[in-house]
Ligand binder design. Sequence first.
Ligand SMILES: *Cc1c(COP(=O)(O)O)cnc(C)c1O
Length: 347
Amino acid sequence: MKIEDLIRPNLKKLVPYSSARNEFSGSEALFLDANENPYNNGVNRYPDPLQNRLKAELAKVKGVKPEQIIIGNGSDEILDLIFRAFCRPSIDNCIILPPTYGMYRVLSTLNDIECIACPLNPDFSFNIERIIKSVKENTKIIFICSPNNPTGNCISIAELVEILDVFEGIVVLDEAYIDFSDQASAAGLLEKYPTLLIVQTLSKAYGAAGLRIGFGLGNWEIITILNRIKPPYNINSLSQEKALSLLQNEYVYKANLQQLQVDKLKLEQAFLQMQFVQHIFPSEANFFLVRVKDSKVTYNYLKEQGIIVRERSHELYCENCLRITIGTTQENEKLIKVMNNFNQINR
Ligand SMILES: *Cc1c(COP(=O)(O)O)cnc(C)c1O
């Protein structure tokens, strides 16, 4: 299957909005083309629509070519663009692997695309055979989240390849948490598998959830179509600048990652000592899923003490589970203290 044959027919006719700045790349010029206000206040000019400086830096950090990158206003924008590029409303469908990130379903509904749920195994491992079997006519996308939110486990490269080898549509691999993981990114597969699109974000490991910068890494053909259909100025100039400086400041990024790793282990150890904790699911992310005796009671107690965690009980196979994000060392110590008090009460 060629990428070209997967693209929605209406997009083949699309003439993208062309900004004058697309056609000129110098900086020493009089810009009288875009009806901007000429008085410099730092943001009076439209941002670079293709984010070329940011892409050059991302390409270096991620080991890909700039032509293999699409940048979105958060990875949620990339996910939405993928639906718009490949799925015909009320005809096509996608596959998700619950329990997983909620936005895949929200965006499929928004785009009027049927969402086929193919559950993970009860221990949250990936059931590759079942995933391949649930592909139907007009299945255009399979969403795989690895490390998976909320469970924290990864798909292996071998399992991913099994899917890529047989599925004829687009495989979206959401690697929002990959920088926390021992497993390497699947970016090495991009050359061989043109239907793979990897989605990452600066929201988690890079500590920039407020910037709204997500990005897709893929074959140039997929990237070209996504770039054509995205809103022209989707990343504002302040976010582009700040993202660039965060990527260049590798030292802070690495120090934070290391601290979170150490603190996660400590937090997990402390939790294991508590009687109401029944199971901690092994996690490759900056959170872990924990099964407790009664998640509602635990959640409410924490909330009364001013600590907000995520209750995931209603998700498949997540009965009595809380998802806990690793905080600063002090925040984690406060959590442990409060949990110990709760443990005393619940003996
Ligand atoms: C947090 C998260 C994202 C990030 O979304 P942004 O829009 O980039 O902030 C993407 N996927 C998953 C699974 C997440 O948990």
